[in-house]
Ligand binder design. Structure first.
Ligand SMILES: [Zn+2]
Length: 462
């Protein structure tokens, strides 16, 4: 039977490629809603095209008002497989038209090739293989295809108002082997205000960072009253990993800092330009003032290099989901006040409420006000469950690689689905330019995914 599945997929690879090309050719990124099309015309067309493919294979399908579609294999779905047909916009830098779905060197290029249209085709053909080979299943499989993964997953919210998820769900919208833990997330906006500082030696402005979920690459400050030599001496004494550049401009000094960007869930991979500039400023001999006090306090609670929240006292870790991470991502300071943002990813040993209470205390100690705070609890599906163990077994058999569970700081499509894990579609150390220029999927990866999904269905339900 295992051989039958593999040869079925191998003999249908040309159809899989051509079906994937049909999907890639529809630029299904989020557009303004039209009547009965919550995500615009192209997303609805892509869903319809996909459900028609499934129907022509003999599957029962359902379209939930162009939010999400389902494709059923058998009755009483016990396993859900979740993919999405929406994509991010094409962006720039492509070698060829991002929607032409060109095939070259064993790869299919195009926006959505790996995220997540290729995996969706792999699932569909895995189901077709089982259906046509008449492999008996104890319970059914429900393939759920969403249309809003890239813009907030309102598709799944809609689905929940109509239907339940099966007890086991995997999504090939991440990477192998299995992601079973996703840290909780907390975003904070904090602020303070003060009187205008009339001292000679003072800070005029500080700006850095643009997105709350990224380690800021750049920052700058405008200051006055401090000699260039003094600033240079402080820079060399602090010996930070960021790059500093100084310019004199009409009696002011402009300090520009370049660090290194990274996703907020992996701040250890970046060099934070905001915390670097705060570190430098807090070490310069400004005249005493309320605003300078704030800079020194910020340097104490959120110092450069502290990506675990030790100094603001939220640091914690557990064995499986590891350490809390913290990125001070945006900072805007002027002569009357400042506003800052940070992004925290916390392990399963704590809760959003707990993180919130600690931040409240730490900030109120230094008279900083929390303006907004928002959080999502961690997601976890037991590693010891039969579901996860069987998926790992299939993965090992099919790839010869070691199967193991991973914990990540980012969220996947199953973050809010109980019993959900991410399983595929990227293999370890693969790079497919997801969300970037020249996104692609290897035909080999498409085929291997389809085989893994078919064998997983049989392992779980056969
Ligand atoms: Zn995706």
């Amino acid at each position: 039977m295992k051989q039958n599945i593999d040869s079925f997929i191998d003999s249908h690879i040309d159809e899989m490629i051509s079906d994937l090309q049909k999907l890639i050719k529809i630029p299904s990124y989020n557009q303004p809603a039209k009547e009965n099309m919550p995500y615009g015309e192209n997303v609805a067309l892509c869903l319809d095209t996909f459900l028609e493919m499934a129907k022509s294979m003999g599957f029962k399908t359902h379209n939930f008002d162009n939010y999400v579609g389902t494709i059923e294999l058998g009755e009483n779905p016990e396993l859900g497989i979740l993919c999405h047909l929406d994509v991010v916009p094409e962006g720039t830098g492509w070698t060829n038209d991002p929607f032409s779905a060109i095939v070259e060197d064993g790869k299919i290029f195009g926006r959505g090739a790996i995220d997540d249209k290729g995996p969706a085709i792999a699932v569909l053909y895995a189901m077709k293989a089982i259906k046509e080979l008449n492999i008996p299943l104890k319970n059914g499989v429900r393939f759920i295809v969403g249309c809003d993964e890239e813009c907030g997953s309102s598709d799944l919210e809609y689905y929940k108002t109509k239907e339940k998820f099966p007890p086991m769900v995997f999504t090939p919208d991440g990477s192998y082997p299995i992601i079973n833990i996703e840290k909780g997330q907390c975003r904070v906006c904090f602020e303070a205000s003060f009187e205008k500082n009339e001292n000679t030696k003072r800070i005029i402005s500080i700006n850095g960072g643009q997105t709350v979920n990224a380690v800021p690459t750049n920052s700058n400050a405008v200051i006055c009253g401090i000699d260039l030599d003094v600033i240079k001496a402080a820079i060399s004494q602090l010996n930070l990993d960021a790059k500093f550049e100084l310019k004199e401009q009409e009696g002011f000094t402009v300090i520009e800092v370049v660090g290194k960007g990274a996703h907020a869930s992996t701040p250890d991979l970046g060099i934070n330009a905001v915390t670097a500039i705060i570190k430098l400023l807090s070490n310069l001999p400004f005249d005493d003032s309320k605003d300078f006090e704030y800079i020194k306090s910020l340097d104490k609670v959120l110092p450069h290099g502290d990506v675990k929240g030790d100094n603001i006292k939220v640091a914690c870790k557990d064995e499986k989901s590891r350490e809390l991470s913290l990125a001070f991502s945006i900072f805007n300071f002027n002569e009357l006040g400042f506003e800052g943002h940070m992004d925290i990813r916390f392990p399963t040993c704590t809760t959003f409420d707990n993180v919130k209470n600690i931040l409240n205390n730490s900030f109120s100690d230094i008279n900083i006000n929390i303006k907004e705070i928002y959080g999502v609890e961690p997601h976890q599906t037991s590693e010891d469950s039969e579901f996860v163990q069987k998926l790992l077994k299939v993965y090992e058999e099919q790839t010869g690689l070691k199967g193991e569970c991973l914990a990540i700081g980012g969220g996947t499509y199953v973050h809010d689905i109980e019993g959900g894990v991410a399983f595929g579609a990227e293999f370890p150390n693969q790079e497919h330019n997801m969300h970037g220029a020249d996104e692609f999927i290897e035909i080999e990866t498409l085929s291997k995914n389809s085989k893994i999904f078919a064998h997983s269905i049989v392992e779980l339900l056969g």
